[in-house]
Write a new protein. Structure first.
Length: 65
């Protein structure tokens, strides 16, 4: 019961981070996407042909009454 109340009182804003690294492991591209319009996945697919790329889904939580 306590978990259900918690979920009703918390809002999550999801966003994505695309990060590309060179052969030495140095990050040479990093961008956050706060609008879910598919652009994060387009950039991920474009960059993965050129090297090591990661895409991460993250969120920020906001509590409200």
């Amino acid at each position: 019961m306590g978990d259900a109340m918690k979920d009703e009182q918390v809002k999550r804003d999801y966003y994505w981070i695309v990060e590309a690294t060179d052969r030495n492991g140095k990050a040479n591209y990093r961008k956050e996407y706060h609008v879910n319009d598919g652009s994060a996945f387009r950039d991920y697919n474009r960059l993965k042909a050129k090297g090591t790329v990661s895409i991460q889904r993250r969120f920020k939580e906001y509590k409200f009454a």
